[in-house]
Design a protein around this ligand. Structure first.
Ligand code: HEC
Length: 175
């Protein structure tokens, strides 16, 4: 009988040991099983975020520091100079003179007869407002006199705005 008890005790002990080992290895293995679903959720997140900005014009601020002022001047001379002068004290032509236009109050250049639409717009010419104006003036200011299709390329707008910024006695700080 004593022998049987010893054998039974041994079997019980090994069974318990097996259970404990089973539990421990489960606990170790289990977190690895969780990795897959957790990663799958993370994988989906950027797609949802990336879809959002497409409708709005992306901010131009981050591009200005690396923009090419010389390229901007070349674009300006081709696309804007037909209607605007940009030298200090320059004349108004079809459009107003643009010396020191960054940070200037909208529709405020002396001697130029602005549309009532631009006069009603209000505020100063921030980098982002200039970005919208140059992108599509007729969309940004409904009823504007600026008959210009706009510059669809973000890099070209950044270059032109960087050039406008330099045409001032003390250029405004970059954003
Ligand atoms: C076909 C002529 C024409 C061209 C080309 C043109 N503009 Fe203009 N622009 C105007 C007129 C006209 C106004 C005045 C708009 C109003 O009163 O509604 C104006 C106004 C502006 C203003 C607002 C100025 C202020 O004093 O409030 C900015 C900024 C401007 N133009 C930038 C540009 C830039 C940059 C380009 C080239 C990428 C350009 N324009 C090309 C005719 C033009």
């Amino acid at each position: 009988m004593a022998n049987f008890n010893t054998v039974a005790g041994c079997i019980l002990a090994s069974a318990l040991f097996a259970m404990v080992v089973g539990k421990v290895s489960n606990a170790v293995v289990h977190p690895h099983k969780l990795d897959k679903p957790a990663l799958a959720v993370v994988d989906e997140a950027p797609t949802a975020v990336a879809a959002a900005p497409a409708a709005e014009l992306a901010p131009i601020g981050p591009l200005l520091a690396k923009a090419n002022v010389e390229a901007g001047k070349a674009i300006y001379m081709k696309q804007c100079f037909t209607c605007h002068t940009i030298d200090k004290g320059g004349a108004n032509k079809v459009g107003p003179n643009q010396w020191d236009v960054v940070g200037r109050k909208k529709a405020s250049h002396e001697g130029f007869s602005y549309s009532s639409a631009l006069q009603a717009k209000g505020g100063d010419w921030t980098y982002e407002d200039l970005n919208h104006m140059i992108f599509k003036p007729t969309t940004y200011v409904k009823g504007t006199k600026m008959a210009f299709a706009g510059l669809p390329k973000e890099q070209e707008r950044a270059d032109v705005i960087a050039y406008l910024r330099t045409m001032a006695d003390s250029p405004k700080p970059l954003p």
